[in-house]
Design a protein around this ligand. Sequence first.
Ligand code: NAP
Length: 249
Amino acid sequence: MTRLEGRVALVTGGSRGIGAAICRRLAAEGAVVAVNYAGSADAAAAVVDDIVSAGGAAAAFQADVSDARACDALIATVVERYGRLDILVNNAGINRDGLLVRMSDDDWNAVIGTDLSGAFYLTRAAAKLMMKARSGSIVNVASVIGLVGNAGQANYAAAKAGLIGMTKSVARELASRGVRANAVAPGFITTDMTDALPEAARDAALATIAARRFGSPDDIAACVAFLASDDASYITGQTVAVDGGMTFA
Ligand code: NAP
């Protein structure tokens, strides 16, 4: 499939899990992929190697998305290297779970800083270029937790609900300039993030999934590739839950 041929994509948190699958998928569909990572240089290099061995084009770019200046520099570096930016996938995310009354300021601020502010800093910088080009697609990786909440995840739920709200505002603001913004809300996807959960929490989550299986990073990557492509050219401001039937009303 080559529906992303000629496009340049930046994927944050592309070194592992869902982000790595998104990088591979966008590259397989023809995009040149900038693989962002925070600390996992080797893992990011491995994603780049996989893409290049499969005949695609990619390079790794270190930046901490919770740092506004680093985000501006990341966008500038990618554009300097490739001359354009067509697709931004705000995927980088962390969780610092804990019950509300015991949640520290640090745990609140770290999750908001990475999962929400990071997407804001990058979207702000990318939007300037995309509006000028009168084209672009921004895909934010939120979470079903941003839709329904979860005990022990007040920080994460607030960040992801905020990301969904930001997506809608950005979509309204930029639609007339040819720029779309959508969100994907993954359910329970098998990655390092969910591998860290206790067995009981995994079992409890499985019981709520109509499909009776956890999702894979490729399930999310397929939806992101669609939203990033012209196949979704009349879709903006939407949040697509990719959750095996965990949350539909
Ligand atoms: P993961 O396996 O823990 O990977 C997280 C990725 O984010 C890594 O590539 C990491 O880079 C990067 N990252 C973390 N902090 C960063 C920062 N400050 N700056 C730049 N990159 C940073 O997580 P995942 O499960 O793939 O999750 C990816 C996204 O999907 C997150 O936004 C998460 O909230 C969302 N999500 C996941 C699930 C799930 O079930 N797994 C469900 C709903 C939503 P390094 O490797 O360099 O640390």
